[in-house]
Design a protein around this ligand. Structure first.
Ligand code: ARG
Length: 463
């Protein structure tokens, strides 16, 4: 919606309105209307402060604060007419306020600028998203703990290079993701604490000559304190970059788990059954059950990390203080936040509804000579062989088993003794996968007792 006259907010020195393309490139209202609630909260806090410091009258501030609530209800009900000519959410709100309450609306912008206003609005928005991410990650951790608890002693193959390495437990594998997500939680909490300083009152860049109370507005908006340098405050988007980098690492973690779920749900693996709720069929191949949700979660890192790179590139090389380049911050963060929340919610749903196929996990755990390390360790412990020699003896036994087409526990004692004469019957005790995992009692190891201890620790952390 273009309006040919010059802009009512800053048109004093302009004779003509902007070119239509100028208006199109300049306007942010198409996306920054998502910050309407934050904009109005910031303006209401500012108006209350202007009255408390005697900069505007109590009655004007009351009219402004009341009128802003009317604007908010119009926006929430969908009846608000957004205008591209009014460029952004800040000017759209103020213009409507003027229509509703008249002259006092013109006093709201005293001792502030859109530069500190947009920084404040965006910080409030990003802060909410950090809280939402923290809640979403906690929900996913809870779903993983439920899986881990059910299968603390279910054996499965552990992989390195995606080749069978040593048996581990299902619970241990689930808890590995709990640890990753725990670091994500701590990163988001850390970023939230760092960003919680209020830019409002930094004005355009230099602060203001009005006797404002920045501590009052900071407290009213839930910030810990006002920012300490007005130039930095209006030029800073580190909080958005912190959000995007935390989100990128979290999305990277989700993509790794998603990839495992894709592999595990294939007919070649059959480690997990995904519920119907999180699978799709094929329009041509009736047998198919596709793990689309997992695949899409795996892909989300693309746009989230892309947003991180995009905003880093926008900010790179910008001179102090505010530059209009910074208007390009929002869409990246909005999109990344939407997709991170969706990915977290979808992963939580999938994890809650999936069932591990315990029998298949156990069968796979015992194949691929997965207890070869246990055999080598036994030779060291019981026969006092140097580990390198034990490794060599075990390698010969693996080759023998491979030649016979059997697994290590199926070799006879005579087979074993043909490679090393001192091997006794007791060796068979360590070749079973249950004994193998139970023996890995080192702190953080895969033994069910260790896994249960970590589950307990995490439950206490979340309680
Ligand atoms: N729409 C602008 C943004 O998102 C608001 C700040 C505009 N400031 C200015 N001096 N033109 O960055």
């Amino acid at each position: 919606m273009s309006d040919k006259s010059s802009n009512q907010m800053w048109g004093g020195r302009f004779a003509a309105g902007p070119d239509a393309i100028m208006e199109a490139i300049n306007a942010s209202i198409g996306f920054d209307q998502r910050m309407a609630a934050q904009d109005i909260a910031g303006s209401r806090a500012h108006a209350a402060m202007l009255a408390a410091t005697g900069i505007v009258s109590d009655s004007d501030a009351a009219a402004i604060r009341e009128g802003l609530l009317t604007v908010l209800s119009e926006i929430e009900s969908g009846s608000f007419q957004f205008s591209t000519a009014l460029e952004d959410i800040h000017m759209n709100v103020e213009a409507r306020l003027k229509e509703i309450i008249g002259e006092p609306a013109g006093r709201l912008h005293t001792a502030r600028s859109r530069n500190d206003q947009v920084a404040t609005d965006f910080k409030l928005w990003v802060r909410d998203q950090m809280d939402a991410a923290i809640a979403g990650i906690e929900a996913l951790i809870r779903a993983l703990l439920t899986q881990a608890e059910a299968g603390a002693d279910w054996v499965m193959p552990g992989f390195t290079h995606l080749q069978t390495a040593q048996p581990v437990t299902w619970g241990h594998h689930m808890m590995a993701y709990v640890e990753m997500l725990g670091r994500d939680l701590s990163r988001f909490r850390d970023a939230r604490a760092r960003m919680n300083e209020c830019p409002l009152g930094s004005a355009a860049l230099a602060g203001t000559s009005f006797p404002i109370d920045r501590h009052m507005t900071a407290a009213a908006l839930g910030f810990d304190r006002p920012t300490a340098n007005s130039l930095d405050a209006v030029a800073d988007r580190d909080f958005a970059l912190d959000f995007l980098s935390c989100a990128s690492i979290c999305a990277m973690h989700l993509s790794r788990f998603a990839e495992e779920l894709v592999i595990w749900s294939s007919v070649q693996f059959r480690f997990v059954a995904m519920s119907d709720k999180w699978s799709t069929g094929s329009s041509i191949m009736p047998q198919k059950r596709n793990p689309d949700a997992a695949e899409l979660i795996r892909a989300k890192i693309g746009r989230i990390f892309g947003a991180n790179v995009a905003l880093m590139t926008v900010m790179k090389g910008l001179p102090l203080a505010y530059s209009k380049d910074m208007q390009e911050d929002k869409e990246q963060v909005f999109d990344a936040a939407d997709n991170l929340m969706l990915a977290l919610a979808a992963m939580t749903g999938m994890v809650s509804d999936m069932s591990a196929r315990q029998d298949n996990l156990a069968a796979a755990a015992g194949s691929g000579f997965s207890t070869a390390t246990d055999l080598a360790d036994w030779l060291v412990r019981e026969l006092n062989l140097p580990f390198r020699d034990a490794h060599h003896v075990t390698g010969s036994l693996v080759a023998m088993a491979e030649g016979k087409g059997c697994d290590l526990p199926e070799l006879t004692l005579a087979d074993m003794q043909s490679v090393h004469a001192e091997i006794t019957d007791a060796v068979f005790g360590v070749l079973g996968v249950d004994n193998s995992v139970a023996s890995r009692m080192s702190y953080g190891g895969t033994a069910p007792a260790q896994v249960r201890a970590q589950i307990t620790r995490w439950k206490e952390i979340l309680a």
